[in-house]
Design a protein around this ligand. Structure first.
Ligand code: BGC
Length: 512
């Protein structure tokens, strides 16, 4: 493609000096801008974050139940997901909200410990099956497609006691579990996501011990986890592809998270690219490239460092040629979760634990203080990075169909969420820029439909289009200003940057 003025502008944006000016400039495209024909809009949640009912009707403990009950002080406000938004009881209201917004699909996850009380398919919890049947049927009654995540971090605690994601048997355990899911719900579900954000599982939970099950094994368990997880994903994909797809006709993939890593200077372009390979490529390269396997930069660097550090073999486990083959191509679309960007430069000093993933990357990242955010230290608003990561995926993986499976903004609460309104306008605008420059983005999912349990930040950070009142026994949900904006975007299938939401009354439109 010949470089357009816009591309030149984007390149200019790469210069850190101009960074603060770029977001506004990118928004200056004329409005309203239409989304492509057939584009899908949705919103997402996950089981532990909204369901509650942590021990209701046969559900057993997940790693999150266990970890928080044992270590309440690890959560910022000492809260937990025991009741959360009570979606276990309030699911009809959830579907009503989705109808109010006019969404095409709802992304939610199934809780393995709610479905399989022994973790294995020898016993199936009928109350769990009933709950998900009710939710799916309620969605379909109003023509809303369920998009089901099979694993969004709430592993049965019993499996953790056997090593969880670092035990290679998890590949079979996961396959046995997903078979039960396909058998019970596959007749009605057309979109499946095997695993949400492998990096958050392996790195944060089995490397840095920041989240449940909090295993501290930097640079070792996290790589064993990543191999097992990719194999589990691929096995689930092939099971669906061979056994269920012929009659159920759905799509299945994985959801990978990525930052955009912006080089600090021109000398850091290579290291910033390597850093994206370590975050996104770690899981996407094995699935979405023609060659498959882990990215070369990871294989080489971790092998060299392991050798220097006196390990008899690379800490990054090898994938056999059969395994590479099995993982390669195991996707129907690219599921991307994206929130924010970082500035990256070469890491010159030994500031990280050795060995560790951080040390292996050879990169140092940060977010400048003048990048804005509200409730969070981390989720800074950088729409230009959304454009860039979409274009990076397009170039690196031969333009796969992308469904943005999460994107959103964390506030401290309140219905007048102007910052979130600005966030959605600027990120959707950047996404439309990427689409007009050829990225094959086919769907977008707002995180989140409603406020929910934000992991170690408890309820101190709010991501919802709908505010949840945690003081009320029914966890009353009220639309925020951003919900009115999103509804207008979905209804008009266009983004109008000038649009000021009328927040007087939320209703359900004809047809929903
Ligand atoms: C996760 C969500 C989480 C969101 C905001 C994503 O990494 O999939 O569960 O709530 O980010 O932190």
């Amino acid at each position: 493609m010949a470089p357009s003025i816009y591309n030149i502008f984007i390149l200019t944006c790469s210069l850190i000096v101009l960074m603060s000016k770029c977001p506004e400039a990118l928004e200056d495209r004329q409005a309203p801008r239409k989304f492509p024909e057939g584009f899908l809009f949705g919103a997402a949640t996950s089981s532990y974050q909204v369901e509650g009912g942590w021990n209701a009707n046969g559900k057993v403990e997940s790693v999150w139940d266990y970890y928080i009950h044992k270590n309440p002080e690890t959560i910022k406000d000492f809260s937990n997901g025991d009741v959360a938004a009570d979606s276990y009881n309030q699911y009809k209201r959830d579907v009503e909200m989705i109808r109010e917004l006019g969404l095409d699909f709802y992304r939610f996850s199934i809780s393995w410990p709610r479905l399989l009380p022994t973790s294995f398919p020898d016993k199936i919890n009928e109350a769990g099956v009933q709950y998900y049947n009710n939710l799916i049927d309620e969605l379909l009654k109003y023509n809303i497609q369920p998009m089901v995540t099979l694993f969004h971090w709430d592993l049965p605690q019993k499996l953790q006691e056997m090593g969880g994601w670092v035990n290679p048997h998890i590949v079979d355990w996961f396959t046995d579990y997903v078979r039960v899911v396909f058998d019970n719900f596959g007749d009605r579900v057309k979109y499946w996501i095997t695993i949400n954000e492998p990096m958050s599982i392996c790195h944060y939970a089995y490397g840095e011990a920041l989240v449940a099950p909090a295993v501290h094994s930097p640079g070792i368990a996290e790589y064993i986890c990543s191999k097992n997880l990719l194999l589990a994903h691929a096995k689930a994909f092939h099971l669906y592809d061979k056994v269920y797809r012929p009659t159920q006709n759905g799509n299945i993939s994985i959801t990978i998270h990525s930052f955009w890593d912006e080089p600090e200077t021109v000398d850091d372009i290579q290291i910033a690219n390597d850093s994206i390979q370590f975050v996104l490529g770690h899981y996407a390269h094995p699935i979405f490239t023609k060659t498959g396997g882990f990215p070369k930069v990871m294989i080489d660097r971790i092998a060299a460092k392991s050798h220097e550090q006196g390990f008899p073999r690379s800490r990054l486990p090898e994938l056999s040629s059969e395994e590479i083959e099995m993982i390669r191509g195991s996707s129907d679309f690219f599921g991307l979760n994206h929130y924010t960007s970082r500035i990256v430069r070469k890491n010159q000093e030994t500031i990280y634990h050795v060995p560790s993933y951080f040390d292996d990357t050879g990169a140092f990242d940060y977010q400048p203080d003048d990048w804005i955010a509200e409730a969070s230290d981390m989720f800074k608003v950088t729409p230009w990075g959304f454009y860039k990561i979409l274009m990076w995926i397009k170039a690196e993986y031969d333009n796969p169909p992308i469904i943005v499976t999460e994107n959103g903004f964390s506030s401290r609460g309140g219905l007048q969420d102007d910052d979130r309104v600005d966030f959605f306008k600027s990120y959707l605008n950047a996404m439309l820029d990427a689409i007009s420059d050829g990225a094959n983005v086919v769907g977008y999912t707002a995180w989140s439909l409603m406020d929910n349990f934000e992991w170690i930040n408890g309820y101190t950070e709010r991501f919802g289009l709908y505010e949840v009142n945690y003081e009320s026994s029914v966890r009353t949900r009220t639309p925020r200003k951003s919900a009115f904006l999103y509804k207008n975007i979905v209804r008009s299938r266009a983004l109008n940057l000038e649009y000021e939401p009328d927040t007087s009354l939320m209703t359900i439109d004809e047809g929903h």
